[in-house]
Design a protein around this ligand. Structure first.
Ligand SMILES: Nc1ncnc2c1ncn2[C@@H]1O[C@H](COP(=O)(O)OP(=O)(O)OP(=O)(O)O)[C@@H](O)[C@H]1O
Ligand SMILES: [Mg+2]
Length: 275
């Protein structure tokens, strides 16, 4: 089956001369349609770079990225990105933030029936995200979790084939994150969007992903890809299962080994030495 996203032999550098950094070295990754893939790895291993390159926000050197059978050479309406910071328009209400997505703005000559359809889709997403009671509020009046739900709804508005998420729940408290985890899995189930999700949190990566891509730093590359054997129906209690803990330990160990530290204590010493 043709993958939804095919990354082949991808290299990405930043800077020149002595400041040249090899951010991605020979990355090969196929992602199937409707798959939920998570990316983890030590800080600086190129997770955001890989995501931004797939989004078309970064140029790359060698290699190729094909999405939906087309070479990626810039951003496109088939790919939407959600960042850690909410980046909503502060002067628009929740509903208008969701409704006036990029695609509609680009089609200034949208007919009234286009606007009506958009409004219907916005209402459906507002319902799905549990935002009905704040549909007419402004972003500053919302909690972080609510703002991120608006950002996700806005990203989904144009029915992108691919949703790219860079630590989208990184700024939320633990309880809100759990709610968001179940919500994003529900959205994935309903919308069948292909999701590529970057996180520092191995537990989050396993709970959400069907496959976890473990990346390694200096140079940034894929170290290994782990299949998550817990099926489609997941519940928070899964995190307490011994199989879940064992997988978490396996991935954490791999991240430590690839970043050159073997224990939490070594990690702490390394951090305190450099600060
Ligand atoms: N705009 C940039 N200019 C120069 N170097 C960059 C730029 N963005 C990233 N890098 C470098 O590329 C490498 C990969 O960075 P990237 O942000 O992709 O890592 P990451 O895995 O997302 O890290 P984190 O977990 O801390 O977010 C790092 O060495 C970083 O310093
Ligand atoms: Mg990053």
């Amino acid at each position: 089956m043709t993958p939804k996203i095919a990354v082949r032999g991808l290299y990405k550098h930043y800077g020149r001369g002595a400041r040249r950094t090899l951010a991605l070295q020979h990355v090969d990754l196929d992602i199937a349609a409707s798959e939920f893939v998570t990316l983890v790895g030590a800080s600086g291993c190129g997770k955001s770079t890989l995501l931004r390159t797939i989004c078309g926000l970064e140029e790359y050197g060698q290699g190729s990225i094909v999405c939906n059978g087309r070479d990626v050479d810039g951003p496109g309406a088939d790919r939407a990105m959600v960042f850690q910071s909410y980046s909503l328009y502060p002067w628009l209400t929740v509903k208008d933030n969701i409704r006036f997505c990029r695609r509609l703005k680009h089609h200034a000559a949208a007919t009234s029936s286009d606007v009506e359809i958009a409004s219907g889709r916005a209402d459906a997403l507002i319902g799905l995200m549990g935002l009905a009671h704040v549909a007419h509020a402004y972003p500053a009046e919302l909690s972080g979790g609510m703002q991120q739900r608006v950002a996700i709804a806005r990203a989904l508005m144009a029915r992108p084939d691919v949703l790219l998420m860079d630590e989208p729940f990184g700024a939320l408290d633990a309880q809100t994150r759990e709610v968001m985890h179940d919500l994003i899995r529900h959205v994935h189930h309903l919308e069948k969007t292909t999701i590529v999700f970057v996180t520092h949190d191995v537990e989050e990566a396993i709970y959400l992903g069907e496959r976890v891509v473990v990346m390694a730093p200096r140079p940034g590359r894929i170290d290994s890809i782990v299949d998550v054997p817990f099926g489609a129906k997941r519940h928070q209690d899964l995190k307490l299962a011994p199989e879940f803990s064992a997988l978490k330990r396996q991935i954490l160990n791999r991240i430590r080994e690839t970043s050159g530290v073997k224990t939490d204590l070594e990690q702490l010493e390394k951090l305190t030495r450099t600060t």
